[in-house]
Design a protein around this ligand. Structure first.
Ligand code: ADP
Ligand code: ADP
Length: 231
């Protein structure tokens, strides 16, 4: 069975005209590494938010690991989210607390505290090469480092699926390559990865499949091939 499945999924946000997703069918298997492309407003973030149960479909069904995401009870959502790691373009790090305290936040949501949480947070920071900054405030780090902290927070629960929304936007090439290397490391460990990006060339050699959205519709779904011109 597919790991993630969209069946005729439509998403309309309350009060907005038109559909953010307009009848999406999509099936994703374990171990894929998917580049999600499309212009701003195409529905890429909405796709991720539906997978992560941040938003619910207006019609159709989203299933992850055999669970119907739209039918999760409020109480089940934090447990469901442990299967997923999500990062945002704006990182959503909290600047009133340390890097380590940011990374362990998802653990606190499901009842892992104290020394165990800190040990797991440090292990996650090790994976992104930022263990030495555990006491720093996020705002004192570079943009690339802040994305890596967000990645550490996303993987602290050892998720089966990693969803990254524009993780390399505004980063220089070196910082972007470092981020992509971390995705590649997790992919090799068996994690299913989806990365929304405007620069698919950075995923050469790691992505296995490219899906392209336009106006909430899937307009292409192909094996990954490096773009010949800038996307
Ligand atoms: P992308 O990530 O590809 O830029 P989004 O999924 O963010 O696309 O947005 C798809 C469409 O849904 C856009 O038209 C956007 O304006 C709209 N949209 C996204 N989030 C909301 C929201 N919270 N409320 C209303 N409209 C939204
Ligand atoms: P430990 O077993 O002490 O957690 P590891 O080196 O195996 O040490 O993992 C360190 C951290 O890296 C984990 O806490 C988790 O955050 C992340 N991690 C390890 N393996 C995976 C994986 N397959 N998928 C996602 N995250 C992982």
């Amino acid at each position: 069975a597919p790991l993630i499945e969209f069946s005729a999924v439509r998403k309309a946000y309350p009060g907005s005209r038109g559909d953010a997703l307009a009848g999406l069918d999509l099936s994703i298997g374990r171990g894929e590494f998917i580049a999600v492309l499309g212009p701003s407003g195409a529905g890429k973030s909405t796709l991720f938010k539906l997978i992560a149960a941040i938003e619910r479909p207006s019609a159709g069904q989203v299933s992850v690991g055999g669970q119907d995401v739209g039918r999760l009870s409020r109480a089940a959502v934090p447990w469901f989210r442990r299967k997923l790691g999500l990062t945002f373009q704006d990182t959503k790090l909290l600047n009133d607390r340390s890097v380590l305290d940011n990374v362990i936040l998802p653990l606190l949501c499901t009842g892992t505290y104290g020394d165990e949480a800190r040990a797991r947070g440090r292990a996650a920071l090790d994976k992104v090469g930022l263990r030495q900054y555990e006491k720093a405030l996020p705002a004192t780090l570079s943009g690339g480092e802040q994305q890596r902290v967000a990645l550490a927070r996303a993987i602290v629960n050892r998720p089966a699926v990693l969803l990254a929304d524009e993780p390399t936007a505004n980063l220089d090439t070196v910082a972007a390559e470092r981020i992509v290397q971390i995705f590649s490391d997790f992919h090799r460990l068996g994690t299913t990865v989806m990365v929304a990006t405007h620069t698919p060339a950075i995923l050469a050699g790691v992505a296995t499949r490219t899906i392209r959205l336009t106006d909430g519709r899937l307009v292409s779904d192909l094996p990954y091939a490096p773009p010949s011109v800038a996307d």
